[in-house]
Write a protein that binds this ligand. Sequence first.
Ligand code: NAP
Length: 539
Amino acid sequence: MTNLDYEVIVIGAGVGGIYQIKRLVDLGIKATVLELGGDLGGTWYWNRYPGARFDSESYTYGYSFSKEVLEEWHWKERFSGQPENLRYLNFVADKFDLRKHMQFNVRVEAMHFDDAETLWRLKLSDGRTLSCRFVIMTTGLLSQPTLPRLEGIDSFKGRSFHTYYWPQEHVDLRGKKVAVIGGGATAIQVIGEIADKVGDLTVFQRRPNWSAPLNNSPISEEEMADIRKRYDEIFAACARSPGGFVHEPDRRGFYDVSREERLKLWDKLYDEPGFGIWLANFKEIFMDEAANAEISDYIAERIRRRVKDPKVAEKLIPRDHGFGIQRVPMETRYFEAFNQPNVHLVDLRETPLERVTEKGLRTTEREYAFDIIVYATGFDAITGAFDHIDIRGTGGQTLRDKWRDSCSTFLGMMVHGFPNMLMPAGPQSGSASTNYPRGIETGVDWCTEFLKRVRAEGQTRFEATAEAEKRWTDHVVGMYSMMLMRKAKGWFTGYNSNVAGHEEGKVRYFVYNGGAPKYVDRISQVAQKDYEGVVRARA
Ligand code: NAP
């Protein structure tokens, strides 16, 4: 140990890295967190765009590990916004004095495994090289924003930014001509929020997404007092539900109830807060084409009722995938925004974008002039953060090459050929598809208990076997065949038109579809069988 800079290096100081360093510090392990951002918070540090907020109920998103934090923190809104979420993460980090274990403004450029010495060497953007025995990747699922590959993107004379890099200082939108490119969850939040604050807003949409009302509201002192009393019950409900949310699927069969009863349920859920309309629905909507078509028609009808111009309404209704087969963006005043005279919709399927100009954007039809262009164009998701670091395992193989066509992991937490590396929320882990912090706590706890065992037994090296990795990856891939999700072109399946090799929408097996309870069961069994599938050794 003496010649190592740290025993453990954690990469990323977001929701995952904060909890991970807490667990390591509690064990007295010499560890540090390296973070690219100027401060902690990850997603909630970067995404400062107007309208950025949870789609999880706030009180299910917070950490559950500390009774004190649960007692002391007051969530002010049912779906809390970015500034408050960042304050929360700072509150937790400061409470446990974690900031002193974090280093900011450092990019990990490369990490190479030295098999002879059994250690990782990390090359940092500030010129340093650090060594450690173990690396824990908490780099986030959506932390590599992608811009369109458009000619002239640097020639625009106004202001432009990806939503992820929305400036920290106030951006004055009053009277401005603003463009938003995108139709995903981010665009849907930003459009609903800024439509009545800008002079003029033009939305450039290629494929619409299904979305449903968030129905946000404040949380009073009395309600918060009640929530505090029910935290055990709330977290137990999250642990039972496939997505780690408070919403549990309707246990009745879709076809066991009449159409009238289905409509009654949907009318109720549509007007209730949060993901109910998606996750408290019938299970069949995720697997059965006819059931999915019926709920999709229902949601389309709700959109038609809200958008005054029928032509605009039809453009906002997706045709290439059904409702809920990918994560549903939650909206506030989104559809109503298109009823305002200052809001315009450009359908890029009719008139594709050709280039960015000095003044704005040019489609095949005409040029549009803007003061501000907002790119809500998504992320190189799930594996992107790994691909952006030159990660080399045994024999110098790169992780980028290993995962070029899809990915393969053991439990979503280890990779064969990349010893001593853990991913509490890696590709193919339960966290990638759930209410993130619920999955993160599961992943961090499992990884920490595993490291405790390794250290207690005096081992210095661990690696998942190729067979264990294959078994897990086959299990993950097998579950895709049951889900309509495999037919959706989105970040969940590895599609991104702006990333070379990801444009076609060839399915990448990124996500564990079995639900949180099954995932927890599987990883617990591995731990109970003394981490079967992982070879551990002393130096
Ligand atoms: P996204 O879902 O990947 O959406 C990106 C959008 O940009 C798509 O509509 C895409 O159109 C469009 N786009 C990309 N490149 C384009 C181009 N060159 N020209 C025209 N349009 C282009 O990304 P996101 O909206 O940032 O959301 C990602 C995920 O973040 C969400 O699914 C969610 O999990 C998470 N999120 C959560 C919340 C929350 O409420 N907590 C809020 C925001 C985001 P195509 O589909 O046609 O490619």
